[in-house]
Write a protein that binds this ligand. Sequence first.
Ligand SMILES: Nc1ncnc2c1ncn2[C@@H]1O[C@H](COP(=O)(O)OP(=O)(O)O)[C@@H](O)[C@H]1O
Ligand SMILES: [Mg+2]
Length: 353
Amino acid sequence: MAKEKKGVRLEHISKIYKDPKTGKDFYAVKDCNLEIEPGTFVTLLGPSGCGKTTTLRMIAGFESPDEGEIYLGDEAINALTPNKRDTAMVFQSYALLPHYNIFDNVAYGLKLRKLPQDEIKRKVTDILKLVGLEGMENRMTNQLSGGQQQRVALARALVIEPGVLLFDEPLSNLDAKLRVSMRTEIRRIQQEAGITAIYVTHDQSEAMAISDKVIIMNGGNVEQVASPKEAYYYPNNKFVADFIGEVNFLEAVVVAQDEVDINGVRLKCATGDMEINKQCSVVLRPEGASLSDEGDLSGTVEYSCFMGAYQDYHIKVGETVVKIQEYNPKNKKIYNVGDKVFLNFEDNTLYAL
Ligand SMILES: Nc1ncnc2c1ncn2[C@@H]1O[C@H](COP(=O)(O)OP(=O)(O)O)[C@@H](O)[C@H]1O
Ligand SMILES: [Mg+2]
């Protein structure tokens, strides 16, 4: 569908704003370096205020960077206005034309480009089919559900065949169930159109569900660029570990290469190139340990609750309370508050920061 998949490169990009309260300048985005491969779906993920929208708006051309250069394919685009860039943006508010029908909303950009009528008709029909609105050309946009309006907004962005599609929290006006189905739809459409997509969200499960890569941001800085799986199992730091999924940090000391001491117990653990005797934090996901009457690391049950899919535990290990979720508890021994229990780790579970 797209003319050409384009990559995007950010080189040392910064944006400085004035804080309205203090009147002082601050970096909303600081020295951001990114390389987005053509045809991939990447997500800017992070808490509110971390600089996601600012980064996206600089790529779209609605804001100019104070430092650095942005490239679309091989072309430096800092000096280009938004309409001269080969990008299209899907907004949270949809920004549809209310007194137009679906066809005219989608055709709008093509008419501006003065394409012949029959070509407009063909392109709009094709795109409406792709987004699942076939045969609805004549419906007025103010008669559509939120999900349908989102599809129109997506069709309108796609129809001009941009090299890169940009999304800023496009699903936040939809209810929870529709958000989940629409994100799957957006991923399908991106794959079918074979287009590069840059997507902004603060919702980590949304990011994991749709992205080839997540770009995790915090306070204007990029903390990690990785596949969802890499970011989950091998976070760069505590912020990333905590932002993506639930996590426990166990205080430990490196005692050998790929071995740590937790509470006097030696355990296999990926330690990278950490020095012996270094204090570290071991990342343990709640589903990363199983419980039994004997095993690796002992603790006492402080909380035990049946949640259906899993038994939810808090287990006091030394001075730390560890959250553990034992999935499929039906045929497993259930431990109760006060029970002594052991945590067991499979190989390659523990990872030190
Ligand atoms: N036009 C602006 N003027 C001043 N500060 C701004 C402006 N736009 C955004 N900010 C500030 O920049 C920071 C990053 O904002 P933004 O990129 O919108 O974050 P996010 O999209 O991650 O929630 C925030 O502290 C925000 O308040
Ligand atoms: Mg934002």
